[in-house]
Design a protein around this ligand. Structure first.
Ligand SMILES: [Cu+2]
Length: 41
């Protein structure tokens, strides 16, 4: 998806949300413990 950055750093990714409402899971490829959900309503 986005480019990998070295921490401590911060980056913003812009993406097009799915048109289908629901809860979507996302996860960092480098650190699988970095993850969360985003919700499309
Ligand atoms: Cu990470």
């Amino acid at each position: 998806m986005g480019e990998i950055i070295t921490g401590p750093a911060e980056t913003t990714y812009t993406f097009t949300a799915p048109s289908e409402p629901g809860t979507y899971y996302f996860q960092c490829d480098v650190h699988p413990s970095m993850n969360g959900d985003f919700i499309v309503e």
